[in-house]
Design a protein around this ligand. Structure first.
Ligand SMILES: [Zn+2]
Length: 239
């Protein structure tokens, strides 16, 4: 007679897969699953499962600030420990631009970017290009070129915006954009110095300005000028 396998007898790999998929759906469902049996409880505490967890931005914000929500804070800490890229990215944005520890934010952002998180790579590129020295600017430009070629800039800006928007305005540490300190330094470049005007023209009468595919500076042949345009957009993501 056919007897279905009891949940406790499922192979470990199958449990991991189930727990990972469940975590990707909802943290609440993961908690329910973990109460099912010992095997589920153990596998639910593995790094892989924490890395899969789907945590809406509002939950992360609430858990981070609410002293009442210790389980949420513990869960986030465990996600960070396991290397959950989205949670780490949001923490890094918060540290860098929303009143946290800037040094820790920079370090985390570089770690997340090195893991291939494109919004973190975008943030690193913008931060490097905003600096004064040519070496940092060039490094940032190389990352920017890669993101531009991959066609992921718009998505990076949307992800970044999603973390910044809805936060307290008075806590925001706006990146400083110095007009004298542009990426394009070629006096022979016909578009140099015109990015601010193009931005104002593009934005005129429009609500949303992160899209780089429908105009913007996409038609400008000079990549340094396109980078300058993106820096203007980046600073305005905080509006
Ligand atoms: Zn130029």
């Amino acid at each position: 007679m056919y007897r279905p396998t009891g949940p406790a007898n499922l192979p470990h790999d199958v449990w991991t897969l189930i727990a990972g998929r469940t975590a990707a759906q909802s943290v609440r469902d993961l908690c329910s699953l973990r109460m099912l049996c010992t095997a589920a409880r153990n596998v639910g505490d593995e790094d892989f499962v924490y890395r899969c967890a789907n945590i809406p931005i509002w939950d992360q914000r609430w858990w981070s600030v609410s002293l009442m929500h210790q389980p949420g804070r513990n869960f986030l800490a465990r996600c960070r420990q396991s290397g959950h890229l989205e949670v780490l990215f949001r923490s890094a944005v918060s540290d860098l631009f929303l009143g946290g520890c800037r040094f820790a934010g920079t370090e985390t952002m570089h770690v997340v970017a090195a893991q291939g998180h494109s919004a973190a790579q975008y943030t690193v590129a913008m931060m490097l290009m905003l600096r004064d020295d040519a070496k940092s600017k060039n490094k940032g430009l190389q990352i920017f070129r890669g993101l531009e070629a991959a066609g992921v800039l718009t998505n990076c800006k949307l992800v970044f915006c999603g973390v910044v928007q809805g936060t307290w305005r008075h806590l925001r540490r706006l990146p400083r954009l110095d007009a004298e300190n542009q990426v394009c330094s070629s006096h022979a470049c016909p578009s140099r110095g015109n990015m601010g005007a193009i931005y104002r023209h593009q934005r005129y009468g429009r609500e949303w300005d992160v899209n780089d595919d429908d105009g913007g500076a996409a038609h400008i042949p000079c990549v340094h000028c396109r980078a300058d345009y993106e820096l203007i957009l980046f600073v305005h993501l905080f509006d």
